[in-house]
Design a protein around this ligand. Structure first.
Ligand code: C5P
Length: 221
């Protein structure tokens, strides 16, 4: 496939979403928020009252759930799940935890593979996730792995949620982040790890513009 891909992987709260969208806008490339697909399936499973231990039902749910992205001038794209705007629900920690649970099921990951690869369209794609550089686009010419300390990631999430009027505690968020990291890194299938050819960028204490600049450099821009 000749269409260039820039993969941006890393743990939750590493700034992947913000950085990836900014970089995609600068390059004029498409953007894949793969986490939103897992979150959408997790949320749809909740709507359907599915048992999170019923792998068969969850795989069917992964195939059946329609996920659409709609640009929202200036803001984060809206995410439609089976035609309903689920953007706010997808951002909750409950949706994140459900996503992380269903993402550990190999058949669910396999069900979402082609859908993710279909985002690879000219002139290019910025793909944000956990396994973009290792599993989904191993042949991507440009790969980045973003990290930040767990404390800084918890603080970022805290500010984000605070701004949205969600009431949470910093200690609670840090606990959730560490638990999700551990689950994402230790699962048997597609564990969170940098691709061998990924450029690692630690964003602790670094501003967004600086990180965007470094990532653009990796993509040769
Ligand atoms: O990136 P985000 O926080 O939206 O991802 C939610 C969850 O979905 C992650 O904790 C992870 O378990 C799962 N995920 C994944 N592979 C991806 C993207 C997300 O397993 N490529």
């Amino acid at each position: 496939n000749e269409v260039p891909v820039l993969t941006i992987d890393g743990p939750s709260g590493s700034g992947k979403g913000t950085i990836s969208r900014a970089v995609a806008a600068r390059l004029g490339w498409h953007y894949l928020d793969s986490g939103a697909l897992y979150r959408a399936v997790g949320v749809a499973a909740g709507w359907g009252d599915l048992d999170l231990d019923d792998a068969g039902a969850l795989v069917r749910c992964a195939f059946d759930t329609e996920v659409g992205f709609r640009d929202d001038a200036g803001g984060e794209p809206r995410v439609l799940v089976n035609g309903n705007d689920a953007t706010d629900e997808l951002r909750t920690e409950t949706a994140g935890a459900a996503a992380s649970a269903i993402a550990a099921i190999p058949a669910v990951r396999a069900a979402l593979k082609d859908r993710q690869r279909a985002f690879r369209q000219p002139p290019g794609l910025v793909a944000d996730g956990r396994d973009m550089g290792t599993v989904i686009f191993p042949d991507a010419p440009f790969k980045v792995f973003l990290t930040a300390s767990a404390e800084e990631r918890a603080e970022r999430r805290y500010k984000q949620l605070k701004d949205k009027g969600v009431s949470v505690t910093l200690a609670g968020l840090l606990r959730e982040i560490l638990a999700r990291d551990a689950r994402d890194a230790s699962r048997a299938v597609a564990p969170l790890r940098p691709a061998e050819d990924a450029v690692r960028i630690d964003t602790t204490g670094i501003g967004i513009d600086e990180v965007v600049g470094r990532v653009l450099k990796v993509a040769g821009a």
